[in-house]
Ligand binder design. Structure first.
Ligand SMILES: Cc1ncc(COP(=O)(O)O)c(C=O)c1O
Length: 477
């Protein structure tokens, strides 16, 4: 098969094409039962695709019982069960889907998951969750017998409004708050409602990779805004707003993903003024605000907004209970009406059971104690990662909250190769290019210290540093 065969109509689903290609070969008898299949490296070279793509195709073949792995020496054809009908170029299975770069990396099973900006499940108060589940069923015996309203449970919205007002001076009414299934859904809803093809969208550079994918899917013209340790160059932002007349600016200004930077207080008020002046909505995505290691971060942009130019997205997935998947959108009523229509077309309401469990757990004393412990545990993991990286000459800025180190590797790092060999060694990380709307940052990576326990963290980083050194040595030789 030639490269052309893989990059045609189905370019978004490259690994599925490699999967189909291998399955076709097995079906045709090119490889017979117990035959060894080409190595990940060889096939990637032959098909001119990334090794991760081939690896994913093999993982899926294994999962579906068509191949097996022997003594770590490669993939072999499984004695055949029934092979499915050929789906090669089948018009029924082709679809119009925007690629999600980050989720492709997350699908790789690995021991050392530095790609996941998620809490280690062992750090959550798992033992106590059943108490809250029981309490919810006692208080609301019919909770599973009904949908939530599309906007979200009234009791939860009222409680969250009080919380936002007390903590951040938001002055919201429950009508101005919607409960979503996490922030990802919130970004998607906002994009669907506000962005049409060729609208200009400002995105930080780097940024949260799935946000790029969502706005690209809407057909937006993306204009990047550099984010640095001390925020933005506001003159640049004003120039961009003046020249491009953007529809919106999606930003993640507090313990930013992937850099960990926090935009300072002075810039927040000023940027809200610019948004108003140039009629550019600010979409403030704020999932990590509570995960600070020393000082509490400045108030959200939303607190400075008096004219409805800020839409505030808040996720609680990151540290309360990822499995509940609760987030919120705060915005003014005129926009809320449109968001409600979009949400109703998507899922007619975030599951009520999740909302009620969240309500009872989030506002409990135990939650506050848990949060304190979590901050300490995360700060320790950040320190461990930094300690293990101290012997390298790589560059990064120390994050004061959140989950990630954003690291500059040496300029000559062969990134594609590194990703491939790391996956083979059961290590994953996020390559910088997928966090950049311009697809640069080729020698930057995001390593998350939040998902692995302390021992795995040390082991994994040592292995990772070793891999880079081996590759660099090979490159120098
Ligand atoms: C900046 C940012 N926005 C949104 C999300 C998605 O949040 P959720 O898991 O609530 O959908 C994440 C998750 O990593 C994130 O880092």
């Amino acid at each position: 098969m030639k490269r052309q065969g893989l990059s045609g109509v189905h370019a978004d689903k490259l690994f599925e094409q490699v999967y189909d290609y291998l399955l076709e070969g097995i079906r045709r008898g090119d490889w017979k039962t117990h035959d060894k299949l080409p190595s990940v490296r060889a096939l990637a070279l032959e098909l001119n695709v990334h090794r991760l793509t081939v690896f994913k195709a093999y993982q899926l073949l294994k999962q579906n019982g068509y191949v097996y792995v022997k003594d770590k020496s490669g993939y072999f054809v499984q004695p055949s069960g029934l092979l499915p009908e050929s789906s090669w170029n089948d018009p029924i299975v082709s679809a119009y889907v925007q690629k999600s770069h980050l989720s492709e990396i997350h699908q790789v099973q690995a021991t050392y998951q530095f790609s996941k900006a998620l809490i280690d499940p062992n750090l959550l108060p798992n033992l106590y969750f059943s108490e809250y589940v029981k309490r919810v069923f006692d208080l609301y015996p019919k909770v599973l017998g009904t949908y939530s309203t599309t906007q979200g449970d009234q009791e939860l919205r009222e409680a969250l409004c009080r919380y936002y007002t007390e903590r951040f001076r938001f002055y919201l009414t429950p009508d101005e708050l919607m409960v979503t299934s996490g922030s990802q859904e919130a970004i998607d809803l906002v994009a669907r409602v506000l962005v049409k093809p060729r609208d200009v969208v400002l995105l930080e550079r780097p940024t949260y990779s799935p946000a790029i994918d969502v706005f690209l899917r809407q057909g937006a013209k993306i204009v990047p805004v550099e984010i640095r340790q001390h925020g933005y160059d506001l003159e640049q932002v004003e120039r961009l707003m003046q020249t491009h007349k953007p529809r919106l600016f999606y930003l993640n200004p507090t313990f930013h993903n992937p850099t960990g930077f926090t935009v300072p207080r002075e810039q927040r008020k000023r940027l809200v003024e610019l948004a108003e002046k140039y009629q550019c909505l600010l979409i403030e995505d704020d999932p990590c605000r509570d995960l600070y290691f020393a000082q509490e971060p400045p108030l959200p942009f939303f607190a400075y907004d008096t004219s409805g130019y800020v839409i505030y997205l808040r996720s609680f997935s990151k540290y309360v209970a990822p499995g509940l998947g609760i987030g919120t959108i705060a915005c003014r009523p005129s926009l809320m009406a449109y968001l409600l229509s979009a949400k109703a077309l998507s899922d007619s309401g975030t599951p009520l059971l999740n909302q009620k469990i969240f309500l009872h757990y989030f506002f409990s004393e135990r939650m506050q104690q848990h949060l304190q412990k979590l901050r300490t545990a995360l700060a320790i993991r950040r320190d461990i990662m930094e300690e293990e990286l101290a012997a390298t000459d790589w560059e990064w800025s120390r994050p004061t909250g959140g989950f990630n180190l954003w690291i500059k590797l040496p300029d000559s790092t062969p990134m594609e190769k590194l990703l491939g060999t790391c996956v083979e060694q059961s290590i994953t990380f996020v390559p910088g290019t997928i966090c950049d709307p311009q697809r640069e940052f080729a020698t930057w990576i995001r390593l998350s210290y939040s998902y692995l326990n302390e021992q795995q963290l040390r082991e994994g980083i040592r292995k990772f540093v070793g891999q880079v050194r081996v590759l660099m040595g090979a490159a120098d030789a």
